[in-house]
Design a protein around this ligand. Structure first.
Ligand SMILES: Nc1ncnc2c1ncn2[C@@H]1O[C@H](COP(=O)(O)OP(=O)(O)OP(=O)(O)O)[C@@H](O)[C@H]1O
Ligand SMILES: [Mg+2]
Length: 156
């Protein structure tokens, strides 16, 4: 997924939150060059509580040039950030589905609409709560807690 000198890298071990942000920033810069097909570019962030999903989202937003502070959308469920005019995409959405009861809530929070629009890049924490609502071509990034400072990040 991360193209490092033409070898595709799928698994990365990070040893700090800063390293995870740096990887996410690089990943976002790559995604921002992507040609969109049907809907939005959708990235599902999977992994247990505290695994690093929001930390990754912060680095990702930085890679898209977002200047606002990216906070965990745990209570608001979806945050929208407008991207700079020169970008190929117009909006960055960051959602957290931990508190969603079912797929039905996806339209209530406007996430289905956001995922349909090819001008959007959408990051979804706890996407497995809304499995059926996720597009087929969703990019999956999975976080595994190794120890306090170490995380294994899998791209596919
Ligand atoms: N290598 C690492 N990568 C990411 N975060 C790390 C790493 N090492 C330590 N951390 C710490 O782990 C915590 C990760 O929290 P974060 O909010 O990103 O998790 P989350 O997956 O979004 O959890 P939640 O499911 O509750 O939303 C932060 O406090 C961060 O500083
Ligand atoms: Mg989080």
């Amino acid at each position: 997924m991360l193209n490092v000198a033409k070898n595709t890298v799928n698994i990365i071990i990070t040893k700090s939150a800063e390293e995870t942000k740096a990887v996410a920033k690089l990943f976002a810069e790559m995604i921002a060059q992507e040609r969109t097909a049907q809907g939005a570019v959708v990235v599902a962030l999977e992994g247990s509580l505290g695994a690093g999903k929001t930390t990754f989202a912060q680095g990702f937003a930085e890679g898209l040039g977002v200047k606002e502070k990216v906070k965990s959308p745990t209570f608001v469920l979806v945050h929208a950030h407008a991207l700079k005019k020169k970008m190929r995409f117009k909006n960055f959405y960051h959602a957290d589905c931990y508190r969603l009861e079912s797929e039905k809530d996806v339209s209530a929070i406007g996430l289905d609409e956001a995922m349909r629009d090819p001008e959007n890049i959408v990051l979804v924490e706890w996407a497995r709560r809304i499995k059926k609502a996720m597009p087929k071509d969703t990019i999956r990034v999975t976080f595994k807690y190794i120890n306090e400072q170490t995380r294994k990040i899998n791209f596919n």
